[in-house]
Design a protein around this ligand. Structure first.
Ligand code: ATP
Length: 335
């Protein structure tokens, strides 16, 4: 468990409380990462811990500093663990008022290269060069993951998002690779869309999308647009996968520093990350119990924090969820 900054520690406290009350069989090794330390001991320790455990649940680590010597700990973790894919399932909750109803879109994002290569330098005074790295190997890995994901989950359509009309080589390589991989999946229709048009289409007619695949920076922008469409930063979770490790976290990766300690942060995104983690660990029954408690709290009881237009506190939401989790786990038979 990497609590991160801002609201991360309080949200992790809720996760631990729900797990304890529901007897959910996961022990947490808590590792704090300092966002601005000059050394890398804490980062190395976190990486060793994740390698040992295979999995982590994570809050966002502040990366506001413009000091070029301080690299983003979030990006470093993803790169070191080769978590090359990020999956965000954006599904509307019927009990939450939003601009569009019944959205069900999956975003699959390349998670380790593109504009996040962190290769920037000032070549001469006032001129900065920033490299966007796109490789055929990583484009192919993420495209294969995306089409296999679509096949496994019975999805019918893949949209490849790019700006290859301007970035002809980098986005062109990503687009061509995804198109080529798509030929191995004839049952899944695929089209492509330029990122700017994609953002406009998303807010005006999101129902045309099913699974979307894109490079790193477009992925973070589009993820935030879609989270906004279904209810904001406090709801959805995101999954980071590589071939060996996985990290689960809130979908929009916000730190929420301004609302920390006020008992108003929405705990749902982090609890959904816990559901994802339980599924990944094979604890399907507990994952379903927690997921159903979240559904009932949001859709039936209408216990909503202020970001969703409600008046309830974070702890109101958590206590309501705990009530359902305890009811369900009490009636479980233990063998
Ligand atoms: P930071 O550097 O602090 O991470 P950011 O741009 O990534 O900045 P935040 O400011 O942390 O994002 O969050 C964006 C918005 O989403 C803020 O208005 C914040 O209050 C809100 N937000 C983020 N997480 C939650 C949450 N769990 N519950 C309610 N609001 C949230």
């Amino acid at each position: 468990m990497l609590p991160g900054g801002g609201i991360g520690p309080e949200l992790m406290g809720y996760v631990k409380e729900v797990f304890r009350c529901g007897g959910i069989p996961v022990d947490f090794e808590v590792v704090q990462i300092d966002p601005i330390s000059s050394g890398n001991d804490d980062l190395d320790y976190a990486i060793t811990s994740i390698k040992r455990n295979g999995v982590a649940i994570k809050g966002n680590i502040e990366t506001g500093s413009l000091d070029t010597e301080i690299i983003s700990r979030n990006v470093a973790l993803r790169n070191e663990l080769d978590l090359y894919v990020n999956v965000l399932n954006c599904k509307s909750y019927p009990g939450i008022v939003s601009r569009h109803k019944n959205i069900d879109i999956t975003i699959i994002r390349q998670n380790t290269e593109g504009e996040y290569a962190m290769l920037e330098h000032e070549s001469v005074d006032g001129v900065v060069e920033s490299m966007k790295i796109v490789t055929s190997e990583n484009s192919e890995r993420v495209a294969r993951f995306a089409f296999n994901y679509a096949r496994k989950h019975g999805k019918r359509k893949m949209t490849i998002v790019h700006k290859a009309n301007i970035m002809k080589l980098s986005d062109g390589l990503f687009l061509e690779t995804a198109r080529r991989v798509g030929k191995d999946f004839p049952e899944i229709e695929h089209n492509d869309m330029i990122i700017d048009n994609c953002c406009m289409q998303l807010v005006s007619n999101p129902h045309q999308f099913d699974v979307m695949i894109m490079t790193n920076l477009y992925g973070t922008v589009v993820s935030n647009v879609i989270c906004g469409l279904v209810g904001g930063a406090g709801l959805l979770s995101g999954k980071n996968y590589g071939d060996h490790y996985a990290i689960f976290e809130p979908g929009t990766r916000n730190t929420g520093t301004a609302i920390a300690g006020k008992n108003i942060a929405n705990p749902i995104a982090m609890l959904n990350a816990a559901v994802d983690m339980l599924h990944h660990l094979g604890h399907k029954t507990h994952a379903d119990i927690l997921s159903s408690a979240i559904d009932k709290t949001l859709n039936v009881d209408g216990i909503h924090t202020p970001d969703l237009g409600g008046t309830h506190s974070s702890t109101d939401v958590v206590q309501n969820i705990i009530k359902y989790v305890m009811d369900a786990t009490k009636s479980m038979k233990w063998f």
